[in-house]
Design a protein around this ligand. Structure first.
Ligand code: HEC
Length: 172
């Protein structure tokens, strides 16, 4: 009976620790970037009726694959193929509000993005850039949160084992 009780305590301590770790990891995920992704994918329509970005762009750093009419946007915050924002989010937002390159201009001058849409998309591209590895390589690994999730799971397992051993040791 007492052993069972100790086991239950051990398990609940473990689950609690694990959920704390997972919650900590998830709270780091920017929710405005998530809103941006919904616009990008076309899950949420643009107010002025513009086409979903994914019809022409991919963001390989986030495993988002779309059309290839426009360049991959993983690192566009730093330096794009046609733009050079130098890591300045304000410049990226200005561009999205009224694009200066020919195709983008043609598409978005007829159906401009709202400032809310621009902010969400800029957060998405900022997040994508934070996930893109440095250097000119186009080889992108999995998004960092997958890695963090696996790390959290392993940490939870280790804590589980330690808690279990600790409880058994104390009670005998
Ligand atoms: C009809 C196809 C099309 C759609 C839809 C589209 N783009 Fe583009 N985009 C392009 C093309 C083509 C370029 C290359 C520059 C040019 O010709 O305008 C580009 C360039 C860009 C650039 C600069 C890239 C660089 O490397 O310099 C950004 C940033 C961008 N687009 C963001 C977006 C976002 C965000 C959306 C959705 C709101 C979007 N685009 C929707 C075709 C598109």
């Amino acid at each position: 009976m007492r052993t069972l009780l100790k086991l239950l305590i051990g398990i609940s301590v473990t689950l609690f620790t694990f959920s704390l770790i997972v919650a900590a990891v998830y709270s780091q995920l920017p929710s405005d970037a998530e809103a941006g992704l919904k616009y990008f994918n076309g899950d949420v329509a643009f107010k002025n009726g513009g086409p979903a970005c994914i019809s022409c762009h991919s963001i390989s750093a986030l495993d988002v694959s779309g059309g290839s009419v426009g360049p991959d946007l993983s690192r566009v915050l730093e330096k794009g193929k046609f733009t050079n924002f130098g890591g300045d989010v304000t410049k990226l937002k200005e561009y999205l509000s009224s694009p200066t390159t020919p195709t983008m201009k043609g598409v978005w001058s007829a159906a401009p993005l709202t400032s809310e849409e621009v902010n969400a998309l800029a957060s998405l591209l900022e997040y994508a850039f934070s996930q893109a590895p440095a250097g000119p390589s186009i080889e992108y690994g999995p998004p960092i949160y997958e890695f963090l999730f696996v790390t959290a799971a392993v940490a939870g397992l280790v804590v589980a084992l330690l808690a279990y051993i600790f409880v058994l040791r104390r009670g005998g």
